[in-house]
Design a protein around this ligand. Structure first.
Ligand code: FES
Length: 175
């Protein structure tokens, strides 16, 4: 009963794709300013920009470099290193599969293989229909309910291959 209800809740939640604001230099500068005083501010800045716009626009690289007094190459290098950060706008729904230890011990690797087979893509890639972007992540803080998956900002636990298929069907049927 619980599982059934939980699945129904998942269907409702993932059927509402997240909408982002169009990129704006002014808003990007404001977010950069807000994060600049953090210790190690680069990653928090990237997160804020991606949360707001859905990706990190190339136009943000120069103001980030100037604000943090580092080179544009350094900003670009860090940005390129992390596959979590998108470099272009996309309407694809982000589906992140946890690959850390607790999830791996209860089928996380098999779940990822299943996801790659079902979607026909590898980690960091979007499906041909542009609806799903498959990503990996290392611990979502939901180890007690492993294997864990995050769909955009929504955390889903106890994800079997069958439940994964339900989630993908919900995403694909939501537009
Ligand atoms: S190891 Fe997967 S949520 Fe922690």
């Amino acid at each position: 009963m619980f599982v059934s209800c939980h699945l129904m809740r998942i269907r409702v939640e993932v059927s509402q794709p997240r909408r982002y604001e169009p990129y704006s230099d002014a808003e990007a500068s404001r977010l950069i300013e807000e994060e600049r005083s953090q210790q190690g501010p680069l990653i928090p800045i990237f997160h804020r920009l991606q949360e707001r716009f859905g990706y990190i626009d190339d136009r943000a690289i120069e103001p980030i470099a100037e604000t943090l007094n580092i080179s544009r190459a350094e900003v670009f290098g860090v940005l390129s290193f992390y596959s979590d950060f998108r470099r272009s706008p996309s309407s694809a729904t982000s589906v992140r599969i946890c690959r850390a230890e607790a999830c791996q011990s209860v089928g996380g690797a098999a779940l990822l293989s299943h996801a790659e087979n079902v979607l026909g893509v590898g980690c960091g890639e979007e499906t041909n229909d542009g609806k799903v972007r498959l990503e990996q992540v290392f611990c979502l803080g939901n180890c007690a309910l492993s294997p864990a998956v995050m769909v955009e900002e929504r955390l889903i636990g106890l994800v079997t291959p069958a439940r994964f298929d339900e989630i993908i069907a919900s995403i694909r049927g939501s537009e």
